[in-house]
Design a protein around this ligand. Sequence first.
Ligand SMILES: *Cc1c(COP(=O)(O)O)cnc(C)c1O
Length: 457
Amino acid sequence: MKTIIEPFRIKSVEPVYFTTEEERKLILENAFYNPFLIHADRVLIDLLTDSGTSAMSSNQWAGMMQGDESYAGSTSFFRFEKTIQDLTGFPLVIPTHQGRAAEKILFSILGGKGKYFVSNTLFDTTRANIEYSGAEGVDLVCEEGKHPSIPAPFKGNMDTESLQKFINEKGAAAIPLCVITVTNNSGGGQPVSMQNIREVKAICKAHGIPLFIDACRFAENAYFIKQREESYANTPVPEIVREMFSYADGCTMSAKKDAFANIGGFLAMYDETLAQQCRNMLIMTEGFPTYGGLAGRDLEAIAIGLTEVMEEHYLQYRIRSIEYLCNKLIAAGVPVMQPAGGHAIYLDAKAFLPHIPVDQYPGQALVGALYVHGGIRGVEIGSLMFGKYTPDKKLIPAQLELVRLAIPRRVYTQSHIDYVAEVIIEVFQQKGTIKGLRIIEEAPMLRHFTAKLKPVI
Ligand SMILES: *Cc1c(COP(=O)(O)O)cnc(C)c1O
């Protein structure tokens, strides 16, 4: 088998920014050990997120020139709407300025005190929007998904037994919605099998609970199904995508992921009454239903991106480039979530830095070390992001302490990825020198974005 190449050539480039290790030490200190507070031009390889950071194609840029900026009834909206209808089968399509705006609208309508939203794993903004409504978010990921170092094909699956048990316990009336996140971002970018979606649907249907898909990475998930679920080996990706959505009653989507757009999102569904409630809220918070907080040109870029993302050469390159990095790290003995996820590498910070206790945020400490050593920016997905406190202010840690290195789509080449592997391996060889952190300032919700930290001496 020959090398799997980047399935594009480069027409326009932008510089990367070089700094010295000494400079980066100071920059990190001034950013209070929080990568979100570092200026982007002080980062060499930016793996903070794959969200909104994709390289758009020449077709998308051309499409942007065709954006119809009419306030109402824009032709770009109808192109956007038709693309999503064809892709998902959902007839009602509501644009939003990004994924969390779709969530805010949906969960303000369906949420409230005493309600539970069950999921394989809720993403942080999804959980925050649920909790802000007064409801509770419940993660029921399968057992395999809880063990980072043990490979399994579909670690994003929902635990159907726990789901059934939870419904019996709380009663279906208290559960307005079940959400399947594909791929499971907070659980390592791991895919969900078609079989699992089907089983979850059957349980939900039996209890009259609607099922929504958090569809941010639907194409990556579909490609994993093609690779790993035998009966789909010869099924074209768009057909797999259509089948995934066929089991759901609706979806929320961030177009900043699998639509190669720099901004955007949407809600889509069957239920007319719910859609009307969503549109009423949309007009208050986002804009008129034919633009929903986006420019006409963004709607064009999203529509084109949603089609490009299902090309199999692209998906093969995409999934392979993450696996390539993962395999290099495994070969060097670096503790990494296995198998590779669809959009990111997840370092297991608890195993990487066993000398740092969880209440000193080993994930965040590792993020800092990767930045100082190689100018690489990643993000902690662990107790800084998901930790809670007991009434006497003791940390209730997250299930896993991970560092996510998300790979932007179509942005970095193989030599960039080789460099990333070298930096991680070198940091691993000197891991004993890395110190834990403590929080000196934090917000009550989504604290990881703004928290300020200091090394524990
Ligand atoms: C990014 C993301 C969201 C939120 O989308 P934004 O566009 O960032 O608001 C929701 N769910 C998942 C799984 C995501 O990855």
